[in-house]
Design a protein around this ligand. Sequence first.
Ligand code: AMX
Length: 479
Amino acid sequence: MGSRPHRAGVVLGGGRTGRRCRFPPPPPSALAAASGFVTGAAVSNLKDVLASMIPKEQAKIKSFRQQHGSTTIGQITVDMVYGGMRGMKGLIYETSVLDPDEGIRFRGYSIPECQKLLPKAAGGEEPLPEGLFWLLVTGEMPTQEQVTWLSREWARRAALPSHVVTMLDNFPTNLHPMSQLSAAITALNSESKFARAYAEGIHRAKYWEFIYEDAMDLIAKLPCVAAKIYRNLYREGSSIGAIDPNLDWSHNFANMLGYAEPQFIELMRLYLTIHSDHEGGNVSAHTSHLVGSALSDPYLAFAAAMNGLAGPLHGLANQEVLLWLTDLQKELGTDVSDEKLRDFIWNTLNSGRVVPGYGHAVLRKTDPRYSCQREFALKHLPQDPLFKLVAQLYKIVPNVLLEQGKAKNPWPNVDAHSGVLLQYYGLKEMNYYTVLFGVSRALGVLAQLIWSRALGFPLERPKSMSTKGLMQLVGYKSG
Ligand code: AMX
């Protein structure tokens, strides 16, 4: 694996039966930008920026570990071991930190701060995910030029190898979009520069450079894979068309999906920014961290992450929310009293199910990712009946969950709102929603994967115990 020569015959998936669309060569302006240093003052080539940062970070951590390597940072209780390791401080994840009350901070910046400070598209108001990726990788707010460089760089790397297109075209229509996404990402590892370099015996100090290349390639290709899945399943296999190197990543993605409305493109920019990262312990981030620690290449590590994201308690919750809302509307109609909603929620709970889109393993307040989507809805679709229902549920579900007294966090998470916005613009295929989450999640977990290899993190291998061993350890006496 990884030692095959790079394929020349890459295609940017055409229709299922139609002509394949060759990836157009970028115009000279894009090539100039892709060589970096387009600005004069600020360096625009992300790899150069990283190369200058990494030795300093390595030295900082070395010195820290020399001083504090044996300092204790917490206690592990028996409940934590049985309770999914909640609250256990067990891994380093540099790109973002989740505060239970305040929500996510990307390299120290809250979502409202990112919305204000990250570069926007011309005429746009929402942040560009390219900027967020730059921020996650470097810890610095990027310039407009740096973000433009990334857009062009990703456009340049977007082409899919023909075997992945063929594979996607041959999947049965009853294969879930997330399974298709995961399988396609796994198959993309034919392109892994890291796997090839490792097979050739690359020095470990250079790992990060190849992880960086794979991360950039994978992020660039993901919208093409995702759009191909969408068109095969819901648009009769029509062509996704060609990438325009002068457009940003989200705009190209929206075009390939077949959505040209400017407001939808803005929604995509916001959506792909806010779903990117949620510190390191969530299932998708932790999975990519774990699999990557075995030096599996970024394609394999990210495919594993997507299998975790496809779980209904994690990313699939956005699909579950829309299914639940659809059931609710089918049963109760659109104009529903608070009392009837309460009964419906209680029925869900009493039938042993969770209320999707509510609760969180770390958060203890309303998820700011929910709040910023609510703001978007209030601005652009305040009269949408489904948005009104979601807003009504926001007033009722937390009280019911509090009354039930089980959920530690009765407040909505990101998934309670995202589908409502998508359906408003016509993207009503709810089985597809987690794929959009997955495309965004690449930004966070791959940014971290670059740093994990740059900082030389070892194979992850926690200690497991049997119940018998744990009982002996703590001196348990039965009866
Ligand atoms: N509806 C009903 N019960 C809930 C609940 C909800 N939304 N959230 C938590 N609970 C229950 C748990 O199932 C658990 O019940 P148990 O004691 O009978 O097993 C109890 O409350 C305590 O759970 P917790 O400590 O508050 O939550 P957790 O850390 O174990 O789980 C999560 C967190 C997200 C899995 C849970 O809140 C949940 O299932 N929510 C609904 C699914 C969802 O929205 N997931 C998306 C999360 C965000 C994301 O990753 N995309």
